[in-house]
Design a binder for this molecule. Sequence first.
Ligand SMILES: [Zn+2]
Length: 639
Amino acid sequence: MTAPPGRLQLARDRLVFAVLGAAAFGAVEAAHSVAMSHLALGMGWSLLLIGIGAGAAGVIGLGVGVASLALPGRPVGRARWAAFLAGIVAVFAVYLFVALFTDPPPFQKPPPLHGSPLAWLGLTGAAGVAALGLYQAVRGAKNVATAAICLAAAGGVWAWSGSVAIGADRPSLPAGTPNVLLVTLDTTRADHVGAYGNTTVDTRSFDALAREGVLFSNASAVAAVTGPSHAAMLTGTGPWVNGVLLNGIPIPEQHRLLSERLREAGWSTGAFVSAYVLEGSLGFSRGFDVYDDDFGLMPGLAALLVPRAITMAHRHADPDWILERRGGETVDHAEAWIAGQSAPWFAWVHLFDAHGPYLPPPPWDTQYYAADPRDPAHTSMQAVHGIASYLLPSLKGITDLNYVLAQYAGEISYADSQLGRLLESIPENTLVVVIGDHGESLGEHDVWFNHGDDVYETSVHVPFAMRWPGRIASGVVTHPVEGTDVAPTILGELGLPTTGMTGVNALTGNRTLASSMCFDRDTNLAERKAGRISQPKWRLGALRSESARWVHREIDGRGEFFDLGADPGGLSDVAGAWGLEPEGAGQLQTLRETTSVLFLSDSSHSGQEHSPEERAKLEALGYLEPLEPLQAPKPGTTP
Ligand SMILES: [Zn+2]
């Protein structure tokens, strides 16, 4: 019999065990990082995260070790086992916590492994067993240095996991191939941009781009909601085809993104987004070598477990809480990535600033307003009602409506200044596309400081311009275009195929109508609870011609007509007046028919087949791929 080990010896044993527990914890984090593809910022960031992660893991492991010291002086083997089990239970408990607080937004399918306690139990158990095995192998040495080597090995695996997604083999592109830059401006109304006639709001960067390139004067977002609008731009299909009807719905894999196509063709691809709703796990990150959506409570640590758990708990407690970051930070990251590219690149940069709450940084916060916004003499805010809860703190005590409007304008000017920074930093041979994802109602149609629940001009008429020096002549395109045209336009100008996309090249496509959709959120949340999500309900649909907008109200079947020639803001419904004139009535009827056909296309999500007539109309409108190859016209007929 050997004498029981001294207390110091016991403490050292358990400390070594705790460090090994930390290594196990790091290994679990590494596996998680691979699963979530969060570590996509390259080796530098990966190494930084390893350091931070190892530190965090060490603190937790040390905690387990210290806790084990409090155990009564039983034989060391038993205490070690107790500490080991405690470590496993602790790690698993944190993951269970994350799983419980993963409250997916409406209709979101959780990403693989995310929120699956069984998956994490398996991973954690495997990591723990591996750590114990390592410990058994080195226990003869009984020194912290050996444990540190194990920790370093776990870190190495982590580093490797962060780099595997980067630098995949891809075809090399010929000299002279342009870079591609897509900038999306969140919540930006066309009528708040100089190029569209606004003489107050400073949007000099966009205006210069539009002057040097092409301005699309009649561009519509397909939905006044960030997720669906971006899904439409990146897939070249609208929500009526891809089913991304609300924020939080993942993009189905069969709809390939612009990024997937450009990466496959040889471009390096990077995305830099500024809001939680464009989180990569929803499918937006597909095809991107780098997807920078790190803007949680602790920027730089978003891939790690504890910050993520805190973020999710916060979100659980406050569903209206918006995770976002300033455009300046997003542009900093994009510029850093672009500067490191040696081959042609595609970058998507999303600027969220104009989205509420409207809190531009100095000097933009005072650019359009100099008075006291809380002066009781003002009465203009009394008419305002129905404010979204995420805006309320920023509007507390405000009595002057002009102040709020000025702050919104300030956010647009700030975002434009960041666009300007970005444009100054890129090489000349870059195809640049800048477009708004939707607008914002500032009281029009009785909607205050919000978007998403309508498809009027204020909510879906967006700024859209593109530039490719020496390749695209400058000018103004006046025919209607829509968000689904973004990817087909870029691919078309690069000479790449647009298979599966229903949008068209906005420069050459000659659309006559652009579509926008609004999905009834409340009804569909109720439907989802009742297990009937496969049959979504529309709320409003709109068609935009070069000079008019027609809105169909699904609820009461009523149509609204806006003559944009006489009423550019689309504020006065003249459906009655137009209905009295044969010409207007005819157009209204045509629009009503095309829109009602459009509504039927949601049957594609419920598994129902289109009737032959529906299918023919949808094909003619470009919303469905033809089943059969088009037949050559017979001799003597007009093609
Ligand atoms: Zn948006």
